[in-house]
Design a protein around this ligand. Structure first.
Ligand SMILES: C[S@@+](CC[C@H](N)C(=O)[O-])C[C@H]1O[C@@H](n2cnc3c(N)ncnc32)[C@H](O)[C@@H]1O
Length: 221
């Protein structure tokens, strides 16, 4: 089994169950044309995020790591009229591409895009009284995933979902000796989760067009 097969299966599932409409297709095309890295979630993963938001009945969503707004569009489409999604992106150039993609997808009214490093933007959101959120998707700089998770814990509704992507990192999650800071951060996240009575959580390993990785799902009790 290899990446090629995983990609083929992702394509099969995506074509049938998570097909792109014009807006999603245009968002990816614009991101490629602008030279953004192609590190957005896959179509089946985007659909999974949307389903999580729908199962939760989310009306408020926080996303850390916008890139070109691909996952933002999937998530925003789960919101009811009057819902709110705040997405945070450190790179102003990426944010500009995302803004256009989000507008083109017709969800601009629901989405607030904040530009700046997450650790600087979150205290501002706090000061503004933003949240609490029904779903938080953590997909920014992986070394700070534990910090984003800790913030989300204090800014979530009962029953809220907190999802962190790319936590398995090619299996280094299970390697206590790994000196990769992002892998150490995911181990710290798991230790925090294990010690936290306010959440139930698990991590699922994934393969697909994005290779071998995995995500953590935590639910506020
Ligand atoms: C994996 S990509 C996000 C992909 C996006 N969620 C999607 O699936 O369409 C990670 C993004 O986080 C951004 N990022 C990196 N460091 C950040 C930080 N400190 N604060 C906020 N965003 C950051 C990167 O510029 C990049 O756009």
């Amino acid at each position: 089994m290899d990446d090629r097969l995983w990609t083929e299966v992702d394509r099969y599932v995506g074509d049938l169950l998570a097909p792109h409409d014009d807006a999603l297709e245009a968002a990816l095309r614009a991101s490629v044309e602008a030279g953004l890295p192609q590190i957005q979630v896959s179509p089946p993963q985007g659909k999974l995020l949307q389903l999580f938001a729908q199962v939760r009945g989310a009306t408020t969503i926080l996303e850390l790591g916008t890139l070109g707004g691909y996952s933002t569009i999937w998530l925003a489409r789960a919101l009811p009229p009057g819902g709110r999604l705040i997405t945070v992106e450190a790179d102003p150039r990426y944010a500009e591409v995302a803004r256009a993609n989000i507008e083109r997808a017709g969800v601009g009214e629901l989405v607030e895009l904040r530009v700046g490093p997450g650790l600087e933007v979150l205290p501002k959101l706090d000061a503004e009284g933003a949240g609490p959120f029904d779903l938080t998707f953590i997909d920014a700089d992986k070394v700070n995933t534990p910090e984003y998770y800790a913030w989300a814990l204090d800014h979530s509704t009962p029953g809220a979902l907190i999802i962190a992507d790319n936590v398995v990192r090619g299996g280094t999650l299970a390697d206590a000796g790994s000196d990769e800071p992002a892998a150490q951060a995911q181990r710290r996240l798991h230790e925090m989760l294990a010690a936290e009575p306010r959440v139930g959580a698990t991590t699922i390993q994934t393969v697909g067009s994005k290779g071998y990785d995995g995500f953590t799902l935590a639910m506020m009790r």
